[in-house]
Design a protein around this ligand. Structure first.
Ligand SMILES: [Zn+2]
Length: 237
């Protein structure tokens, strides 16, 4: 059963699995970094929104004053043409009321302007703190991306190599190998050069190892514990 081609096939297929796991890990990491970037950007956007809302409030207050000033001008004209003393007094009261509203709004504006100043500082601080972090994460993202691309190229190459080996192995032998692969979790040929079975992890006693090595026929001798074909790395036939 064992020949260099099948052993090589096993090696390449295991390598391919590891590569795919690594790619998946990197893709997960990429998503995490993207999420972090979004969160940081959202924090900056949130500070900006708060500032913009306050600025809008300020504009509305200023517009309100303009409207009141126009209203006062209007009332002053009406006052000139008041029909009687009662109406004249009434208009004066309305003017006073509007002026009073303007004073109150100006006070409010002073408060809002102070709030805007605070929000501007907060926004700049958040930006100053978070933008370098975002830049760093973007660099990290670019690195991950290029690593993924490089691993995908490797994966393509490995897939081609696997297909090439498969096409060079007789189909009945390949079928047998595939069946064994399923049975043995992808590892059909197990290296025992460390003194333990690579497949099942069993450590052989020194006597057992000596006996196994002495009679080892690559492609025939099996691990007495898991049944995989055993071989010694570097000595595979
Ligand atoms: Zn074993």
């Amino acid at each position: 059963m064992l020949n260099e081609k099948l052993l090589n096939l096993q090696k390449k297929e295991i390598e391919l699995l590891r590569l795919r796991t690594k790619i998946k890990e990197l893709e997960n990491k990429k998503r995490e970094v993207e999420k972090s970037i979004d969160e940081l950007r959202e924090k900056i956007a949130c500070a900006r929104r708060k500032l913009e809302e306050k600025r809008k409030e300020l504009k509305e207050l200023k517009d309100f004053i303009k409207y009141k000033e126009l209203r006062i001008e209007e009332l002053k004209k009406q006052k000139e043409s008041a029909k009687n003393r009662e109406e004249y007094k009434q208009i004066l009261r309305m003017i006073a009321k509007n002026e009073d509203e303007i004073i109150k709004t100006r006070q409010k504006i002073a408060g809002v302007e102070a709030e805007i100043e605070t929000l501007e500082e907060a926004y700049l601080k958040v930006k100053e703190q978070l933008e370098p972090r975002i830049e760093k994460l973007k660099e990290e993202l670019a690195d991950i991306d290029s690593e993924i691309r490089s691993l995908l190229r490797k994966e393509e190459k490995l897939k081609e190599e696997v297909e090439e080996i498969k096409s060079a192995v007789p189909s009945e032998e390949l079928e047998k190998f595939e069946r064994l692969k399923e049975k043995f979790n992808g590892l059909v040929f197990s290296d025992i050069s460390t003194g333990a079975c690579e497949g099942c992890g069993m450590t052989y006693s020194p006597a057992e190892l000596k006996e196994l090595k002495k009679n080892l026929e690559p492609g025939k001798t099996k691990c007495p514990y898991c049944g995989r074909f055993i071989y010694e790395r570097g000595k595979a036939g």
